[in-house]
Design a binder for this molecule. Structure first.
Ligand code: GRG
Length: 305
């Protein structure tokens, strides 16, 4: 059934990606912002390089689709989606730096510190992170002030020391001292899960959902966030299918502890299946309106890139 679903879902994802890219292009226009000429052209060029370079735009998709469940206005949701993508892209720009993963390529193109320099990459990441909060908090995001404040608080929690940045330092520490299963799950929930969870919860916040529905969307996001990371770990291990099952991906080659390295490929695939079912069950109350979000769960679990 997955093969039948895939083209429909991928088309919907591509359509949403295009609309978020148009929004991002406008937000990252180097010429004029708020009626003023923006001077640091090189910094803005580095920011654009880190953002407007392909990418699945999965997190924006989740914001848009989750908010649609509550019949929220599309424009404010699109701005929140674009802001979240700025934070995701900042994390990739910084993750690629020599102090972290030291990668030369991202999305098939030179990383920001390669195309510019390290200082520009650090500052582009910093600026994308702060810009995201400006976008969400701004009156141009036409949501009630209390809704914008809730979004800012939840986004800060997801991106900061208790979320993505905290998960990243746990991940770096894990190269020296291998975490146990519980440690791996916490690390992953923070490093990659927190932003994905936020994406889904944000839809409920934008749509002024009940606390129960907000929690339901957050739980759905947490389930697919873990599925996303498990799929990533599986891809890492199977990076070279010709190596007779030998691990060849970057993390596996570095001896990083993952649930795949602890329990193996078959166990992980079973877990993924369970997470997809859990995600679909959480969406049951929304009926047919949640069809694309259900497909998103399967897409994430089955993804090949
Ligand atoms: C530097 C604070 C800080 C955090 C970095 C996100 C992250 C934390 C590191 C990225 C390392 C990595 C490759 C993790 C695996 C999961 C992941 C985030 C993959 C990339 O996300 P996709 O597949 O990428 O959504 P695209 O390019 O489609 O946006």
């Amino acid at each position: 059934a997955t093969d039948v679903l895939r083209p429909d879902f991928e088309t919907a994802l591509a359509i949403r990606a295009r609309s978020v890219e148009v929004a991002l292009e406008k937000l990252l226009d180097d010429r004029v912002r708020n009626g003023e000429i923006v001077r640091p052209e090189r910094l803005m060029a580095a920011m654009r390089h880190g953002v407007l370079n392909g990418g699945k735009r999965l997190r924006p998709f989740l914001v848009m689709e989750s908010s649609a469940l509550f019949s929220a206005d599309k424009e404010p949701a699109l701005r929140v989606a674009a802001a979240l993508e700025c934070i995701h892209c900042y994390s990739l720009v910084h993750d690629d730096l020599p102090a972290m993963d030291n990668d030369d390529l991202r999305r098939g193109q030179p990383t920001v510190h390669r195309a510019f320099d390290e200082a520009a990459a650090i500052l582009a990441g910093d600026s994308l992170l702060t810009y995201a909060f400006e976008i969400v908090a701004s009156e141009e995001t036409e949501l009630p002030p209390s809704t914008r404040a809730k979004l800012v608080a939840a986004l800060a929690r997801a991106a900061g020391h208790g979320g993505m940045a905290g998960g990243q330092i746990l991940d770096l520490a894990a190269e020296r001292r291998k975490p146990d299963e519980a440690g791996i799950i916490i690390l992953q929930a923070m490093k990659t899960g927190a932003l994905i969870r936020f994406a889904c919860e944000a839809g409920a916040i934008i749509g002024n959902a009940t606390p129960e529905d907000r929690e339901r969307l957050a739980e759905y996001g947490a389930a697919i966030g873990l599925a996303f990371q498990l799929a990533d770990d599986l891809l890492d291990v199977t990076a070279d299918a010709t190596s007779m099952g030998k691990a060849t991906g970057k993390d596996a080659a570095a001896g990083k502890a993952t649930l795949v390295s602890l329990h193996g490929v078959a166990w992980t695939k079973k877990q993924l299946h369970g997470l997809v079912e859990q995600a679909e069950t959480l969406l049951e109350p929304f009926g047919a309106d949640a069809t694309l979000l259900k497909h998103a769960a399967r897409f994430i679990a089955d993804r090949q890139s």
